[in-house]
Design a protein around this ligand. Structure first.
Ligand code: ATP
Length: 429
């Protein structure tokens, strides 16, 4: 059963096909190692006897297929053993995907259909374990030598970069249980908000851009095409959220839809797939270990994520504080902004703001504490459709001297002077 704050060294013996579920305490990290047997954390195998240090608040499970003994050192919020898990059904999905990858690899690269590996999309309500299942499928594939592409469409709690983005990255090794997805050169598009309802048209546009970019990369790379992709989605599955799911399935040409923990969504998608003979819709059980996170927790997690971008998970990065003149930086926003008065418009035109209009932003105190993205655009008219190089954080605005102070991952000039502003803010603590 559950236990509160045990802070000494503790050993746990796990029977086959069971898992140890852990929530690290709020204050201090937890050390953990595999003493004997074999075990994995979300698809990534533990090396024997090697201590891993998990930062506060992390929630995870150590699963064993054949039995293991685990040793823990530090305080946990909860830790308990569960022998009922959906892991067998998850690994069965992996086996089917493996078969499809092998078939794709064996076919002629000139046959663009047959040489395409599985494109898996994971859908379900919030806290159904979508990110976790995506991670397992990717790690199991990487362990077998594939380099699948991870696509993260979740702007609320993304696992590739800061919140407010959609992104993709190849996964070449099983995902590190502590560090997560490596941040080497992901393909990132900045949406700038943490809910899609802020600008649905922009979200759809960026999903399209990302999909097209990946399509181009796949067309040149038979290996990554055969490995396929795993697409993680948002937990917004009603109304417009559902429409966005359908858009994602079509845009990425997903051919395996994994539905976690919701009968209704499953039957709706199943009905839609009737007209798409090559799309398989599969229902999967949600794990009892998935931890629900409320709005406040999510908000906090977003802050930690931004902090991690600049400072690293363990303060191992040293970001640089830079000062620039207002005139050095060109800040833009997408959508919103002042509308033209009706009198200035042609007769019959609607004064609704164009959600995809890119407008320059005057630098003022409103920019304070904003997280801006640095666009790869070379011209303002490329901003909407360009991916981004990274992010800066505005720490001071001096109106009198027209100076702006910002935190960037490194010193020196930014890769571009075009910055995009959304509503993403952070209060450094
Ligand atoms: P979102 O609503 O953000 O889309 P999600 O459906 O992607 O959430 P996850 O992020 O996969 O859900 O899981 C929620 C939390 O539960 C995470 O912190 C994850 O590490 C944890 N978790 C998932 N599975 C388990 C498990 N078997 N044991 C313990 N913790 C788990």
């Amino acid at each position: 059963g559950g236990s509160a704050s045990a802070s000494s060294i503790k050993q746990v013996k796990l029977e086959r096909e069971s898992e140890l579920r852990i929530e690290v305490g709020n204050e201090s990290p937890l050390k953990l190692r595999l003493l004997n047997g074999s075990a994995e954390i979300f698809g990534s195998e533990l090396a024997p006897e090697t201590w891993l240090t998990f930062p506060p608040r992390v929630k995870f499970a150590v699963f064993t297929w054949y039995g293991a003994t685990i040793e823990m050192d530090g305080a946990t919020e909860t830790d308990y053993t569960a022998d009922e898990t959906p892991m067998v059904s998850y690994v069965n999905v992996h086996a089917v995907l493996e078969g499809r990858r092998n078939r794709a690899k064996a076919s002629s690269p000139n046959d663009s259909e047959a040489s395409q590996g599985p494109r898996v999309i994971v859908v379900g309500p919030t806290d159904s374990g979508k990110s976790t299942l995506s991670r397992m499928l990717l790690s199991w594939a990487a362990k077998q030598g594939w380099k699948p592409t991870f696509v993260d469409l979740d702007i609320g709690q993304g696992s590739i970069t800061v919140p407010g983005c959609i992104a993709a990255t190849p996964i070449e090794l099983p995902i590190d249980p502590v560090e997560g997805i490596p941040l080497e050169m992901p393909l990132v598009y900045f949406y700038g908000h943490t809910t899609p309802s802020n600008n649905v048209d922009l979200y759809k546009t960026l999903v399209n851009e990302l999909a097209q970019m990946l399509e181009t990369q796949f067309s040149r790379n038979a290996e990554s095409r055969a490995a396929g992709m795993v697409i993680n989605t948002m937990g917004w599955i009603e109304g417009t959220g559902y429409e966005l799911l359908l858009q994602a399935i079509d845009t990425f040409k997903a051919n395996v839809v994994l539905v976690l923990g919701q009968e209704k969504l499953f039957s709706m998608l199943k009905a839609v797939a009737k007209s798409k003979p090559n799309v398989d819709v599969v229902k999967l059980q949600k794990s009892g270990g998935v931890v629900s996170r409320n709005a406040k927790f999510r908000q906090k997690a977003r802050g930690y994520r931004i902090r991690e971008y600049f400072y690293g998970l363990t303060n191992d990065l040293s970001p640089h504080s830079n000062i620039a003149n207002f005139s050095d930086l060109l800040v833009y926003r997408i959508g919103g902004g002042p509308q033209a008065p009706r009198s200035a418009l042609p007769i019959g035109a609607d004064p609704v703001a164009n959600p995809l209009r890119v407008t320059p932003v005057n630098i003022d105190r409103d920019l304070l504490h904003m997280v801006l993205s640095v666009s790869y655009a070379k011209e303002p008219d490329q901003i909407l459709t360009s991916n981004v190089a990274g992010f800066i954080y505005i720490t001071d605005i001096d109106i009198q001297r027209k100076k702006i102070t910002y935190l960037a991952p490194s010193a020196g000039e930014l890769p571009s002077k075009y910055l995009i502003m959304g509503t993403l803010t952070w209060l450094e603590t």
